[in-house]
Design a protein around this ligand. Structure first.
Ligand code: FE2
Length: 226
């Protein structure tokens, strides 16, 4: 081995532990990032405006990502149980906001990419079995979601105990834990107010035109396997 190669080998050997330590530090902090959408912000028009989508994605969701990273970093540095407990509300709110919105963007699709189209298959069969018809399911989901007091989410969830699809809700940014989420509808005012003002029912009617049922069916099949 030449002197130059020997020096390079020593340098690599010495540098490796420092790089690993840096990578571990980043992993420990749990750096989350804003996911890109699979479609342009205005691709869901006229059902959800581009202005709403841009603000919702780049403003609101980004704020949850930033808040989650800040809370996780503070939690990692917190040295007492009291200090850690004090951070739990921020972790739940921002973590839930990140989880819910990441799921929400995937459960929407432009009409040109199949949004609103529920083909014959396992999900349609299950909806008809558990709700009587697809229309009855949509009506129940809209009624239950519209009745949420304040901000929250309406969900079509798979109940692993009963093996059935059920409509449930969560408050604020609480993620759905009791069921496997199949379709989520954000009923925070930031999701609809700029376009539909205080008329939640119009937003809830319109959103079915851009629900990505293919993604919902993929989630349903995955959930039903377990
Ligand atoms: Fe939202």
């Amino acid at each position: 081995m030449s002197l130059l190669n020997a020096a390079r080998t020593v340098a690599r050997t010495r540098a490796a532990p420092r790089l690993n330590a840096a990578a571990l530090s980043v992993a420990a902090r749990g750096v989350h990032t804003l996911p890109a959408l699979d479609y342009p912000h205005d691709a869901l028009e006229p059902h959800i405006s581009g202005q709403i989508m841009k603000l919702h994605h780049e403003g609101h969701h980004k704020a949850y990502v930033t808040g989650l990273n800040t809370a996780e970093e503070a939690y990692a540095k917190a040295s007492t149980p009291k200090a850690k407990i004090n951070l739990l509300p921020a972790l739940k709110f921002n973590g839930g906001g990140h989880i819910n919105h990441t799921l929400f963007w995937k459960n929407l699709a432009p009409v040109s990419q199949g949004g609103g189209d529920l083909s014959q298959g396992p999900l349609k069969d299950a909806l008809e079995a558990d709700f009587g018809s697809v229309d009855a399911f949509k009506k129940k989901m809209n009624t239950v979601t519209a009745a949420i007091q304040g901000s929250g989410w309406g969900w079509l969830g798979y109940n692993p105990s009963t093996k059935k699809l059920e409509v449930v809700t969560t408050a604020n940014q609480d993620p759905l834990l009791s069921h496997v989420p199949i379709i989520g509808i954000d009923i925070w005012e930031h999701a609809f107010y700029l376009q539909y003002h205080n008329v939640k029912a119009k937003y809830l009617d319109a959103i079915w035109n851009v629900i990505n049922f293919k993604e919902a069916e993929r989630r349903y099949i995955e959930a039903a396997k377990q």
